[in-house]
Design a protein around this ligand. Sequence first.
Ligand SMILES: Cc1cc2nc3c(=O)[nH]c(=O)nc-3n(C[C@H](O)[C@H](O)[C@H](O)COP(=O)(O)OP(=O)(O)OC[C@H]3O[C@@H](n4cnc5c(N)ncnc54)[C@H](O)[C@@H]3O)c2cc1C
Ligand code: FES
Length: 280
Amino acid sequence: MFRIVRKEPLHDTVTLMEIEAPRIAKKALPGQFIILRIDEKGERIPLTVAGCDKLAGTVAIIFQKVGATTQRLDKLNAGEYLLDFVGPLGKPSEFDGYAGKKVCVIGGGLGIAIAYPQAKALHAIGADVDIIVGFRSTDLFILVDELQNACNNLYVMTDDGSNGHKGFVTTALRRQLDAGVKYSLVVAIGPLVMMRAVCDLTKEADINTIISMNPIMIDGTGMCGCCRLTVGGQTKFACVDGPDFDGRQVDFEEAIVRSRMYKKEEAEILHRCNLTGEVR
Ligand SMILES: Cc1cc2nc3c(=O)[nH]c(=O)nc-3n(C[C@H](O)[C@H](O)[C@H](O)COP(=O)(O)OP(=O)(O)OC[C@H]3O[C@@H](n4cnc5c(N)ncnc54)[C@H](O)[C@@H]3O)c2cc1C
Ligand code: FES
């Protein structure tokens, strides 16, 4: 059993939790994730390691309440326990060779929570980091102070312009590229359509691009095939070959179709009565 040691709502739909998991805290690196299960009837869900405190033996996760499991998770409090908390899974991000180089880390929506450890890692090895993040509006801001400390320049965009910078993350990236900023690497994490739009720009500008794929996962060990995707014409499993991939090689059309495979069942579970099994 894994104890929740801290719970902090970042806003209405996003929560940070720290879980006591010393073995994972000791080993996890940026880009890796865990799979948790609340109890024996729970589904397994993957969440990125948002940070580790090796001394305290805790692992931070940041999750958005999007469906049945994340809503159940959000009902738990510090002092309560999770049945399973497995990791670190996936390959760590590879940033060798980017010390002293100009790089751009882009996060959209909750992708910001996943992009934050990557930006911190790049900043720590001495890369010159620009961060571009996009929110729908200012009331959905998360981690802005933390991001500020993990970069040289932070550009915050809002879809509705409520912070005075209206546009998508690609609006800001396009502006940087048009202004002649030369990036050696772009890291983009967020919804598939956002990552595809970033990759369209970086293909045009010929910039190495790493994206973090988040297909549906079950076992997280390469056995079930659920997280299959096509990269550079080859079949890959996001849980063991990723989740980071060269974004310019990813077949986004296939990934988008596969991400929608269980929409109906996910909606039903959210509205199914635990006592009768009836879908409401
Ligand atoms: C490597 C990886 C890292 C992730 N990191 C984070 C993170 O740090 N924070 C965060 O909020 N979310 C993260 N996600 C997404 C998170 O796993 C889903 O939001 C969660 O599983 C939703 O479960 P649910 O029952 O609440 O919602 P549901 O209603 O079941 O699903 C909502 C959506 O979540 C996705 N999803 C559902 N089940 C799974 C599953 N077993 N595996 C993957 N995706 C699923 C689907 O796109 C689905 O449409 C990550 C996903 C992956 C693959
Ligand atoms: S989650 Fe089963 S193969 Fe990746």
